[in-house]
Design a protein around this ligand. Structure first.
Ligand code: NAD
Length: 343
């Protein structure tokens, strides 16, 4: 473990095994300096156990940075449930996960992630209170995506201001991905009068945005070539890479997708081209803020206030990046590390 390439001084890593339900899970707690480690439960068919461990170590670390830059009283954690085939889960498995989480006495708080749903976590909740992001019928506050989308909108406007672009009504934004986050963001932009060029691999989503939001649809392979003010990635990770960055014709990048930079060098490449990059985990923290609010019982006004502050944190990143001539992704990491005591 201590020599694992993705090990980053994690505080705890637990293998949770339950023969009766077939549960095999890894719970990684990266850092709890700011508070309990929050992170989703990923259910995946991994090629081997090392791939599962790598995911748990990397994703839990990412959550520490996201929570710190959202100024939340939370650290970073993640659980991965290893399944032999897609969908091979059961209520008993999620209950057994709850029993394992309860042994951690609140050091780890679970939420949904790829492969798990709020209704799965309702089973987990039977054995531990350390669950967030539940459906309203189970006492939760429901889908965090609209809050993520609102945070992305606020963050995109802050990015536009910092890049010297005008008000939202004068912006042209190229939106990649029209799912829960991307469509919500596009709707905010359309309501503010922005011009939108959009794409999704689902033609239905693109057509809907054309009809409802007055957007112009383009094929997925063309969205990174659009001459616009901002490019907004809201689909997959690693869309900013050595192939796509040289082709961008925008002044700034601001989107909700996780892990947009294929490598840290790509953050430097964007800066080198004079393209202002809004670090993804600073911009897309609305969902985690909402889940923190559910866990701690904050009212809507408190959640909104914290989501609005995404703009302030981006301003802090952009100012420090300009002052020190450092790429924004590196500045965000440094500011996050200072917030969780690694500065
Ligand atoms: P989603 O599955 O609802 O939407 C993703 C959309 O992207 C889908 O409509 C899909 O068809 C489209 N897509 C996939 N590949 C594409 C491609 N090559 N080109 C164009 N479109 C493509 O997911 P979501 O919840 O909207 O999340 C989007 C991104 O935001 C993900 O990276 C996710 O990790 C991140 N994120 C989401 C939240 C949240 O609250 N949902 C919070 C933080 C980060």
């Amino acid at each position: 473990m201590f020599h694992h390439p993705s090990f980053d001084d994690h505080e705890a890593v637990l293998h949770a095994r339950d023969a009766a339900s077939g549960l095999s899970a890894i719970i990684a707690i990266h850092n709890t300096a700011r508070g309990p480690a929050l992170g989703g439960c990923r259910v995946w068919t991994y090629v081997d156990d090392d791939a599962a461990l790598t995911d748990a170590l990397r994703l839990s670390r990412g959550m520490t940075y996201k929570a710190a830059m959202a100024d939340l009283p939370l650290g970073g954690g993640k659980s991965v449930v290893i399944v032999p085939a897609r969908g091979a889960t059961s209520p008993a498995m999620f209950e057994a996960l709850g029993q394992a989480i309860e042994t951690l006495s609140g050091r780890y708080i679970v939420a949904e992630d790829v492969g798990s749903s709020p209704s799965d976590l309702a089973h987990t909740r039977r054995h531990t209170h350390h669950v967030t992001g539940l459906d309203p019928k189970d006492g939760g506050r429901g889908d965090p995506s609209p809050t993520t989308a609102r945070g992305c909108y606020i963050g995109l406007l802050a990015t536009a201001r910092a890049a010297g672009l005008g008000p939202p009504s004068g912006l042209h934004v190229a939106v990649q991905g029209l799912g829960n986050v991307g469509y919500g963001l596009a709707r905010h932009l359309a309501e503010a009068g922005a011009r939108l060029t959009v794409t999704d691999i689902s033609l239905e989503r693109t057509t809907l945005a054309e009809r409802e939001l007055g957007a112009k649809g383009v094929p997925p392979e063309d969205i990174g070539l659009v001459e616009a003010d901002l490019f907004s990635p809201n689909a997959l990770g690693a869309t900013l890479n050595a192939t796509t960055i040289p082709a961008l014709k925008v002044r700034a990048v601001a989107g909700g997708a996780n892990n947009q930079l294929a490598t840290p060098d790509d953050g430097a490449a964007l800066a080198g081209r004079g393209i202002l990059y809004a670090p993804d985990y600073v911009l897309n923290a609305g969902g985690v803020i909402k889940m923190a609010g559910e866990y701690y019982g904050w009212d809507d006004a408190e959640v909104d206030r914290r989501v609005d502050a995404i703009a302030d944190r981006l301003d802090e990143v952009f100012e420090e990046a300009a002052r020190t001539a450092t790429p924004t992704h590196a500045v965000a990491d440094r500011l996050a590390e200072a917030r969780f005591g690694r500065g």
